[in-house]
Design a protein around this ligand. Structure first.
Ligand code: FE2
Length: 369
């Protein structure tokens, strides 16, 4: 067997009621900073479960609810400042990717005392510490609950920066699918597409091991049938999607993301497409591109999802977005050409197993719209 390494220090606990039932495992200090967005944490019932469980355990808490979509360094540093002011010794993130990523970055910035003006120049280094992190996901896509990454928007560079380090792995992830029941269909669709792209990009990564590929195929096997049900109005198993999103998160925790994410960031930054939707529209074109360098792996991925070819995947993504009423408007050729030149994309592209030409990058964009 090849020499492989698999590192995942996060304890994953799942099931209805796990937040209250397992509080003894995740109450990691004397005072928690609870990091949330504006509404989802309360609406889903997760915030009430977290505060109720902490109070029953005699643990104090403060809430930072200043996280918005695509969080930036201002939000992170405001949260870190609050953690220090309130004397919090652990962080509980509740939400989709934005609150979870912000919570992780806050835990690091608070422990290391990172000043705002040096935030993007002082990214996590080996040996850095973070306050212990607990993650309660409220969507079924990001996988942030099991990764060492926090994606933070850098307005100066007009893009996103991956703030990552081993200290950003959550200590505990708490998966309760009941929190997903209040999600709009568009959010379920977008985040499920994000999870699918994590699985597919991770499998194609040059850093993918047998462990990573096995998890990626498992995630594809579970996500595609749920996408079919989303497209055709059938009953969607949210627990299955939540589990699959965590499995896909375990894949990118090992491999990182790939070309689809790098190409999707400009669609989010300049066109406002939600992260998962931006990835979803690019997935089939990417799979088609990877078929040449990796024919056997492409076949395994398609087979896991019960798909005949990349065209069928594109038709499925189109149907999912159509059913959710979220089919994106196509950017102009000039815009796509500009996105294809984004410096971030070019920097990332060098790590990939196959290097697309600028025309091939354009083709992947065009296939999606
Ligand atoms: Fe993602």
């Amino acid at each position: 067997m090849e020499s492989v390494r698999f590192y995942l220090p996060t304890e994953v606990v799942s099931g209805p009621g796990c937040v209250r039932r397992e509080v003894g495992r995740w109450a990691l200090g004397k005072k928690a900073l609870i990091v949330t967005g504006a509404q989802g944490a309360a609406r889903s019932g997760a915030l009430g479960d977290v505060t109720g469980a902490l109070e029953a355990q005699g643990v104090a808490w403060a809430r930072f609810d200043g996280v918005r979509a695509n969080p930036d360094a201002e939000q992170v540093c405001a949260g870190a400042e609050m953690a220090r002011r309130e004397g919090c010794d652990f962080v509980v993130g509740i939400g989709g990717g934005s609150p979870l990523d912000a919570a992780k970055a806050i835990a690091w910035a608070a422990a290391e005392g990172v000043p705002r003006e040096r935030f993007f120049r002082r990214l996590p280094e080996p040996g850095d510490a973070a306050l212990p992190i607990v993650a309660v996901p409220l969507t079924c896509g990001t996988g942030s609950e099991v990764t060492p990454y926090a994606i933070i928007t850098d307005h100066g560079a007009r893009s996103k920066v991956n703030v990552s380090g081993p200290c950003l792995f959550p200590r505990v992830a708490l998966l309760d699918a009941r929190y997903l029941e209040s999600l709009p269909q568009a959010v379920v669709a977008d985040t499920a597409l994000d999870a699918l792209s994590h699985a597919i990009e991770g499998a194609y990564s040059p850093r993918a091991t047998r462990f990573a590929e096995a998890l990626a195929l498992e995630a594809v096997r579970l996500i595609v049938p749920e996408l079919v049900r989303l497209a055709h109005g059938g009953f969607v198993n949210l627990g299955q999607l939540q589990y699959a999103a965590a499995v896909a998160g375990m894949v990118i925790a090992q491999t990182g993301t790939g070309l689809v994410h790098a190409m999707g960031y400009p669609l989010t930054y300049h066109k406002g497409l939600p992260h998962g939707r931006a990835n979803g529209v690019l997935l089939a074109g990417y799979l088609e591109f990877m078929e040449r360098p990796c024919p056997a792996l492409t076949e395994r991925l398609l087979k896991a999802g019960g798909l005949a070819d990349a065209e069928e995947l594109q038709a499925l993504v189109d149907a999912v977005l159509d059913a959710a009423g979220t089919t994106p408007e196509a950017p102009s050729e000039e815009e796509l050409a500009r996105f294809a030149r984004e410096p971030l994309r070019l920097a990332l592209v060098r790590k990939y197993r196959a290097m697309p030409s600028p025309e091939e990058v354009m083709d992947i964009y065009r296939t999606g719209f």
